[in-house]
Design a protein around this ligand. Structure first.
Ligand code: ATP
Length: 526
């Protein structure tokens, strides 16, 4: 089991934050052997949570007792495979552990748990008892009083919420693993790519949106059809256009790129179609245009929505007849070019407003690929982060990942510049902190940190300021939202993954207003 990946799942990051915020406690993972790796490697936990437990584990005896409690829990789960719900287990110092077993495809894989919770009212006597025993374990520590003051009592209502959340967490991991297995079965040759088909292995992503795109790319690459790629800046339009070319029959011919918003009209016309000597001042010799350069290959026309009406006519002619006139020329020239066009604009709307030719629109909109913005496929974030850290890694750098806090912060950002912005941020982080093993949150650009700071508008995290009930609902809403995106709106599958009935899921979708803008129900369509 890839524990690090599990910790970095968007929903687990949110779950961890919620538990920290509400119970000042830490979410831990025990593996299938009942081992908690962080503890036994002596790794510090960044937050100020479970302070008493951390103090206790600072001593050999304290660590032994904590491990003992975890082992007992593990034995309970192993001894009773029918036990699939969260349970409460006593630990030393009068604390309790709450743990939910993790089953992946019916195999026991360990459990998620929270420690350091008090179930009895915190009387002066209890406080004193804990203080005394902590001092026995850690005589030299000054932090005992402060840590005991931070203790929280878990009442029945809170316990119910916490068990519900832990069970959610285990189901999310199980769903993630099941999805991964499906992907590996589909594309056994590309496991590290998060399931992207091997032919498109350099396009990173496992979200349902990208899986759909891979399917379309499979089909269009082998054809000669014109493709229109729609998406915000930095979503990977050029990457996809290149993949279509590299995997199609024209792969050994040129791939040419031109951004139609980069030049004024005259310059663009000359760049695309070339010019004859004397066509305008400064045209001292004949010049070949990019369409000719792209002959027998693929021409990627970026920002095609920015083309003037005059150039739109010329483009239509190349697409329909395969001919064009260079600027100042009289003899049409022939070319055989496959066009892949891209835009961040809504060309359909432009047609309605009379800003884009309808005939050209239908000619280029034969096959449409929509690349969603990164904020709508946050599940891809951990994979993209890994990918860019590997891509920009320089010799001698030790960085192997982001700290959970850093990743959580990136997960809350809206990424207006999409994957390009993320890539630049990763490159920057490696320059600043490449000698650290885990890149910390405080190295992240202030632009991003400021945007996700409390009150910032980018945060998709639960509203942690409302009541516990509201925060749990916000988390549930986010999990359902992510689940709908991941499963391509397959409600039966998602209901199974979330451990609720399909009708209950449908009610929740309606209650959280998640039904607007969903793709058609995959399973209803099947
Ligand atoms: N899914 C992805 N996997 C890996 N890298 C990606 C992915 N999407 C985008 N990138 C990288 O992000 C950067 C921006 O991508 P690209 O230039 O293709 O975006 P674009 O949509 O064409 O942007 P623009 O519209 O601004 O030209 C590139 O370095 C590209 O390799």
């Amino acid at each position: 089991m890839d524990r690090e990946r599990h910790q970095n799942l968007q929903s687990i990051i949110m779950l961890r934050e919620l538990i920290r915020k509400w119970w000042r406690a830490e979410l831990h993972f025990a593996d299938r052997h009942g081992q908690v790796l962080d503890w036994n490697r002596g790794e510090a936990i960044a937050s100020a949570s479970s302070a008493c437990c951390r103090l206790a584990r600072g001593s050999r005896e304290g660590l032994r007792r904590c491990n003992q409690s975890v082992r007992e829990l593990h034995e309970q789960f192993v001894g009773n495979r029918r036990l699939r719900r969260a349970i409460v287990h006593p630990c030393h110092l009068q604390f309790s552990l709450v743990a939910a077993p993790l089953y992946v495809q019916d195999e026991y894989e360990g459990f998620l748990f929270v420690e350091g919770l008090l179930r009895e009212p915190l009387t002066a006597g209890t406080r004193e008892g804990i203080r005394t025993r902590l001092r026995e374990l850690q005589p030299a520590t000054l932090d005992v009083d402060r840590s005991v003051e931070r203790l929280l009592v878990l009442d029945d209502d809170n316990l119910e919420k916490l068990t519900e959340l832990l069970e959610y967490g285990t189901r999310e991991i199980a769903a993630y693993e099941a999805e991964r297995t499906r992907e590996l079965e589909r594309a056994p040759e590309a496991p590290a790519r998060g399931g992207a088909h091997a032919r498109f292995g350099h396009i990173i992503g496992r979200s349902a949106a990208l899986q759909e795109i891979f399917k379309v790319l499979e089909k269009v690459s082998n054809s000669e059809a014109t493709v229109l790629i729609n998406g915000e800046s930095g979503t990977g339009k050029e990457l996809v256009a290149r993949a279509i070319h590299d995997n199609g029959p024209r792969r050994n011919a040129p791939f040419v790129v031109q951004n139609c918003s980069a030049f004024n009209d005259n310059l663009l016309e000359s760049a695309l179609f070339g010019h004859m000597r004397g066509a305008f001042t400064g045209a001292v010799r004949d010049k070949k245009g990019l369409f000719e350069t792209a002959d027998s290959g693929t021409f990627f026309l970026d920002e095609v929505g920015d083309m003037s009406p005059a150039l739109q006519v010329k483009l239509l002619r190349v697409l329909q007849e395969g001919t064009f006139l260079p600027v100042g020329g009289t003899q049409p020239r022939e070319v055989d070019v496959r066009v892949v066009a891209a835009t961040h604009k809504d060309l359909g709307e432009m047609v309605k407003r009379g800003e884009f030719r309808e005939d050209l629109y239908y000619r280029i909109n034969v096959i449409r690929v929509h690349l969603p913005p990164l904020r709508e496929r946050r599940d891809d974030l951990p994979l993209l982060v890994d990918h860019f850290l590997r891509k920009h890694h320089r010799e001698g750098q030790r960085a192997r990942g982001l700290s959970p806090e850093a990743l959580a912060l990136l997960g809350r950002y809206a990424w207006p510049g999409n994957v390009r912005e993320l890539e630049n941020e990763m490159e920057r982080l490696l320059v600043l902190g490449g000698d650290l093993e885990l890149l910390p949150a405080d190295l992240i650009s202030s632009r991003i940190r400021d945007a996700v700071s409390p009150g910032g508008s980018s945060s998709p995290l639960p509203r942690l300021t409302g009541s516990l009930h509201e925060a749990v609902e916000a988390l549930e809403r986010e999990m359902i939202h992510q689940g709908l995106l991941r499963t391509g709106n397959n409600k039966s599958r998602l209901a199974r993954e979330l451990g609720i009935s399909r009708s209950n899921l449908i009610l929740k979708i309606a209650r959280y207003g998640l039904d607007a803008g969903l793709p058609p129900d995959a399973e209803a369509d099947a």
